[in-house]
Design a protein around this ligand. Structure first.
Ligand SMILES: [Ca+2]
Length: 277
């Protein structure tokens, strides 16, 4: 029963993943029963999810995607590269850019998240984050941090930020002060190159830079409780023009939809997760 062998100490509840993964997964088990199973399992084994593509949408081939969020029916996307970095509001179905703010050319845009009525965007090496009005994309404020800026998301109370290492940082969403951090690991040790983030059903999803893998992480312990393997999303034809790596995870909490894309990818995928046998 491989699928029970993640770490129960992270309080991964009986419905957290089951909402959009295999329908046979855990739904009938109580949390205490799961914990009992977990204690008797080999902790070196974690589930690996494959995917089904349920929808494909167009994506701007010129968007060097660094951050992706879905909210109120729209995608919000942060793009990178010096001189090409932007913050965008995008129509899902058409891929049309409805609003865009272009960053000054000295900034390399990174992850974005929406906290209440504001959008927060990191930059890569500048130690500067930007705060925007969600409706107008008007730049309202800057803040600073000491590390690289890679991915960012939030759990409703804290911002969660990656810097390309195995560390995730928790920030106060008003003052941007660092209020905690966790080290991310699996049975082989630290999991580095944590990149784009998304908070999904009480877990942190983190794309591992330069791979097709997403780690599902316990915010309490830092343990990787499952992996998603997204190998094979792009076709040969999709790769006929230059594409870069997988980078972009967005979750539609209202409709329980998961979206992924990549830097310069021509497509954005809506996927459902399936437990690998
Ligand atoms: Ca995201």
């Amino acid at each position: 029963m491989q699928f029970l062998c993640y770490n129960g100490a992270d309080s991964m509840g009986k419905t957290s993943l089951a909402n959009h993964v295999s329908k046979v997964f855990l739904v009938a088990l109580s949390t205490s029963l799961v914990a009992a199973f977990v204690c008797s399992c080999n902790s070196n084994t974690v589930p690996v999810y494959m995917y089904n593509v349920t929808n494909v949408y167009p994506h701007d081939r010129n968007a060097f995607t660094q951050g992706l969020v879905f909210e109120d029916g729209f995608l919000y996307e942060g793009t990178g590269l010096y001189g090409r970095s932007s913050l965008r509001k995008v129509e899902l179905e058409s891929g049309e850019v409805l609003q865009i703010y272009e960053l000054p050319e000295q900034f390399f845009g990174e992850g974005i998240t929406i906290f209440e009525d504001k959008i927060i965007q990191l930059t890569w090496k500048s130690h500067v984050g930007f705060v925007y009005d969600k409706e107008s994309l008007e730049s309202l404020q800057q803040f600073s941090y000491s590390t690289d800026g890679w991915g960012i998301t939030h759990d409703g109370e804290r911002l969660i930020m990656s810097d390309g290492t195995s560390t995730l940082y928790f920030l106060n969403p008003e003052t941007f002060e660092r209020i905690g951090q966790i080290e991310v690991f699996d049975h082989r040790g630290p999991v580095t190159k944590l990149n784009e983030l998304e908070y999904v059903e009480k877990h942190i999803y983190a794309n591992i830079w330069q791979t097709d893998r997403i780690a599902i992480i316990s915010p309490e312990t830092g343990r990787v409780v499952a992996w998603i393997d997204l190998t094979g999303l792009l076709t040969e034809e999709d790769r006929s023009q230059p594409v870069n790596v997988l980078d972009g995870i967005a979750y539609d909490a209202e409709a329980d939809r998961l979206f992924v894309t990549g830097k310069l990818w021509p497509k954005l995928f809506e996927i459902e997760l399936i437990l690998r046998d």
